[in-house]
Each structure stands twice: as C-alpha cells, then as structure tokens.
Design a protein around this ligand. Structure first.
Ligand code: F6P
Length: 195
C-alpha cells in the first residue's frame, strides 16, 4: 500500500487576518509547520525509493513545501484554492455586510454557489478530477500540499463522502491526513502536528 498525504499549507498572513483567497506568505506559525511537515515527511517516506510533492501554484503552498528536500516537486494550477472572484481578499464579515445577498446564497447552497466572477465547489470538484486520476495512477507515495476547498474535494473522493457534504468536511490547518490505498480498501490516519 502506498500512502497519499494530504495537507493544507501552513498558516498564511491572510489566514491570520481572516481574509479569503489572496496569495500571501506564511505567518511564523505557518513557517514552523512547514519545518515540522518536512521532518514528518522525511521520517514517513524514508524507506520509499520514490515519492513526489505536489503543490498548488500559490506562494503559501510552495513555501510550505520548501523545507522538504530530496523529492521532486510539481506545481498544479488545479490545486489552487477556490477562486472567490470579486470577493477575493475579503473577510466573511465584509461579504456579509457589503454583499448580503451573496452571503445568503452561499449559506443556502454552498455546494452550488458560485462567487461572482469566481468559482463554486462544483467547479473545484470538476477541476480536481485530473489530479485524482494522476493520484490513482501513481505507484509511489505523494504529498499533496493544497488548500481547504480543494482538499475537501480530494478527500471526499478517497473517503467516499457524498457530494453534498463536501463543502462542510473538516480539513484543519497543521494536520496531515494520510490515506492508505490497499487491496482491502481505503484507510485513514490524521496527524495533528501543531495547533
Ligand atoms: O480561509 C481559507 C480558505 O482557504 C479561503 O482561501 C477559501 O476561500 C476558504 O478557505 C474555503 O473555505 P469555505 O468554502 O468554507 O469558505
């Protein structure tokens, strides 16, 4: 069985400020997570002959991967976070205050709601399919460093969760979700490396 390790990037400056989207760098806590993750990956994949690290094209994911050495790294646009269109860079409170109808539509149907000039969960699920196909084809372990919404989609596929649950799956920061694909099915472990 080969493991797939799923993780969000380390905490970013936008996470600290409560802003969605953007392309900021890591906070101090985020940088610490990147180091802890590198340690974990080194130990966990020590006995593997090959493995690869897949990130999104956003700084916070690339920086989270940067302390990991000795494995090839690949950047995927398809792993970039859900794009919030005109709401990119806003906080949820700002959206609620300035665009209450948008906020409500999303509350009502988070799966189908598409941000103006942005994406919906259904869009993200669809664009994550090529990544899933490649993950299925891999013989060697893969570490995926991506973002909350995209990881919800990937996780739901492997854990066989229903479509309507996807936008609500818990994918906390600073936690590794290890998926083992064996002959008897899929097994899951979670490692919380820090708060
Ligand atoms: O807040 C972090 C973040 O990754 C945002 O960039 C993104 O818009 C959001 O999470 C996705 O989560 P939700 O769909 O629950 O708003």
């Amino acid at each position: 069985p080969r493991p797939i390790l799923l993780t969000r990037h380390g905490e970013s400056l936008d996470n600290v400020r409560g802003r969605i989207g953007g392309d900021t760098v890591l906070s101090e806590a985020g940088e610490l997570y990147a180091k802890k993750l590198a340690n974990f990956v080194e130990k966990r994949l020590k006995s593997e002959r090959t493995a690869s690290i897949w990130t999104s094209t956003l700084q916070r994911a690339i920086l989270t991967a940067s302390p990991i050495v000795g494995f090839p790294k690949i950047q995927w646009r398809a792993l970039d976070e859900i794009y919030a269109g005109v709401c990119d860079g806003m906080s949820y409170e700002e959206i609620k205050r300035n665009m209450p109808e948008e906020y409500e539509s999303r509350e009502k149907d988070k799966l189908r709601y598409r941000y103006p000039r942005g994406e919906s969960y259904l869009d993200v699920i669809q664009r994550s399919e090529p990544v899933i196909i490649e993950l299925e084809r891999q013989r060697a372990p893969v570490v995926v460093i991506s973002h909350q919404a995209v990881l919800r989609a990937l996780y739901a596929y492997f854990a066989d969760r229903p479509l309507k649950e996807i936008p609500h799956i818990e994918v906390p920061l600073h936690t590794i979700i290890e998926i083992q694909m064996g002959v008897t099915g899929v097994q899951e472990k979670r490692y919380k490396l820090m708060d």
